[in-house]
Design a protein around this ligand. Structure first.
Ligand code: ADP
Length: 404
């Protein structure tokens, strides 16, 4: 069966999924896996479509020194043991900069342009690019597609894209990019199928996972996001603080003597729910904990979601629906219930039974603003983008597209 390989590479793990392509051009997930523990305890794990274990192997630390080698080892396993020879590879790339407003077929020039964006996302971009470069070197004929977390937000009006900084800094790329775009794009694409009555309207989507943000959609287009120049802004996240007065950063430098590297580490790894609670970055652990600071961290998270709902409703000049997605949004009925209380003034009335069941529509029939739970699927979005660029390259038919 023809297939598309989807790769999401981070600093210590490479996650991958294989989507099969049937004769009608439909994609179905065949397997998902990851090589994690890179630099500590490398381990390859993968499971098939029905959850059956396909691999669970530990490697010595020196065998998998970095992300590129992890990709090579996982790719060799896929090719030699599972006989997976994908038509193309789609990659999640955090930053597309000011110019990419959609996915792009990768070549050496694209890689060079994406490398120039590394200072804008130093903790993600180099790792996202590592497997792209290694596949480009080893399989130059295999089409690769870069799909960006920023692209979906590139249509924002100038007032939503600027900071109030001298214009030259905007020209240099200091802009409110917004992230989680592949998730929001998937939701925008799914709404006409699962909730056609709201798909063209003014919708706030709350992507609540380890990383968290909210997006204002109007007619399926992003018009505003809680994230900006980096993935540090907006809502508090597992380990990131969310919106912070830049004066706090100045204080940490001048009064605490923190260096840029220390600050970066602190802001990306030690703040958010973890910093507030002192217990965990994980919502399940916070909910299970009896520690009052864990309770406070959840209260803070819910409060900020409520605040940003007000901001995004203002950006939309009204509201027609609210959608929850990602790990917390899809699975935590109690967080949804708490958030819904903060939205009552906007006209939200949750149905506790539907909410407890994680139903698609969790608001009461009489709720002025309907509320939905829509599971996101960024990997499928990447597979779809990859396939459509492949079809643009080879419009005659997918089998002609196979890289030799
Ligand atoms: P990532 O950004 O890593 O993809 P996810 O979207 O998987 O993150 O979300 C991870 C978060 O979802 C964690 O905080 C986790 O505790 C939370 N989560 C997952 N399932 C539940 C659940 N049943 N109840 C509460 N929180 C949950």
């Amino acid at each position: 069966m023809d297939s598309i390989l989807v790769v999401n590479a981070g600093s210590s793990s490479v996650k991958f999924q294989v989507f099969g392509l049937d004769s009608e051009g439909r994609l179905s997930r065949q397997l998902k896996g990851q090589m994690d523990g890179i630099g500590s305890r490398p381990r390859l794990r993968a499971s098939g479509a029905s959850g059956d274990t396909l691999a669970d192997r530990a490697y010595p630390i020196e065998a998998i020194p970095d992300v590129a080698v992890a990709m090579t080892v996982a790719g060799t396993w896929l090719r030699e043991e599972l006989r997976v020879t994908p038509l193309a590879v789609g990659h999640r790339v955090v930053h597309g900069g000011p110019n990419y407003d959609g996915p792009v077929l990768v070549d050496h020039g694209v890689v060079a342009r994406l490398e120039r964006l590394e200072p804008l996302a130093p903790l993600h971009q180099p790792h996202n690019l590592a497997p792209i470069k290694s596949i480009l070197a080893n399989f130059p004929a295999l089409p690769q597609v870069a799909c960006f977390d920023t692209a979906f937000h590139r249509g924002h009006d100038a007032v939503a894209d600027h900071y109030a900084l001298p214009y030259r800094l905007h020209e240099e790329g200091i802009r409110r990019y917004g992230f989680h775009g592949l998730s929001y794009e998937y939701i925008a694409k799914t709404l006409p199928k699962v909730a056609p009555e709201i798909a063209d309207g003014r919708v706030i989507v709350a992507h609540l996972g380890s990383g968290a943000s909210m997006c204002a959609l109007h007619g399926g287009r992003s018009v505003e996001s809680t994230l900006g120049f980096t993935a540090l802004d907006g809502l508090p996240m597992g380990t990131r603080p969310g919106q912070l007065d830049p004066g706090v950063v100045l204080y940490l430098i001048s009064a605490k003597g923190m260096t840029p590297d220390q600050l970066q580490d602190f802001l990306y790894r030690d703040c958010g729910l973890k910093g507030l609670s002192g217990v965990s970055n994980d919502m399940r652990e916070l909910q299970a904990s009896g520690d009052p600071r864990a309770t406070f961290a959840i209260d803070y998270f819910v409060y900020r979601i409520g605040l940003y709902a007000g901001m995004l409703a203002a950006a939309l000049q009204g509201l027609d629906a609210f959608v929850f997605t990602a790990g917390i949004g899809e699975n935590s009925a109690s967080t949804r219930g708490r958030v819904a209380e903060k939205l009552e003034w906007l006209g939200v009335a949750l149905d506790p039974l539907e909410n407890a069941k994680h139903a698609l529509k969790i608001s009461k029939p009489a709720s002025r603003i309907p509320v939905y739970v829509v599971p996101t699927d960024e990997e499928r979005m990447i597979a779809e983008h990859t396939l459509s660029l492949l079809w643009k390259m080879h419009p005659v038919g997918s089998t002609h597209a196979r890289a030799s």
